[in-house]
Design a protein around this ligand. Structure first.
Ligand SMILES: [Zn+2]
Length: 135
């Protein structure tokens, strides 16, 4: 019988010996996140660290709003995708269209995606863009 431990992120129980990384500082010597969750966190942190920038992303399968899908802009990509999922949007197949160093560039590109490419989400993008240009 293997000993099980609950991952504090996904709340599933896994084999404590094979499915958790060692963590000397912890009481039981094991990470509180399972390997799958820990790897996902590390991967998302790498994306943000490398680019350290603003993302223009698309939810191509979010067909409720436009044939093309939805397009948005954010600095915290993983957080934003999670939020979309939380409010019931289809996030499967989400992709980064382009990354930018500044928010102004990202918003300008996002607007172009709405007006020229036909992605949904234009009203928010226009409002953000106008607000930014007033400052
Ligand atoms: Zn987990």
């Amino acid at each position: 019988m293997c000993k099980l431990k609950e991952c504090s992120k996904c709340k599933e129980s896994f084999n404590i010996d094979t499915d958790f990384y060692n963590a000397k500082a912890k009481k039981d010597g094991k990470d509180h996140y399972c390997k799958t969750c820990r790897n996902a966190i590390a991967a998302s942190q790498r994306i943000e660290h490398i680019t350290g920038s603003y993302f223009v992303y698309a939810l191509p399968n979010e067909n409720g709003v436009s044939d093309k899908g939805y397009c948005g802009q954010t600095k915290n990509l993983n957080h934003r995708i999670r939020n979309h999922k939380y409010v019931g949007k289809v996030v499967d197949g989400w992709k980064i269209l382009k990354t930018f160093k500044t928010r102004v560039e990202a918003l300008a590109y996002e607007l172009e995606m709405h007006t020229k490419e036909g992605y949904a989400g234009n009203s928010i993008a226009t409002r953000n863009f106008n607000k930014l240009n007033q400052i």
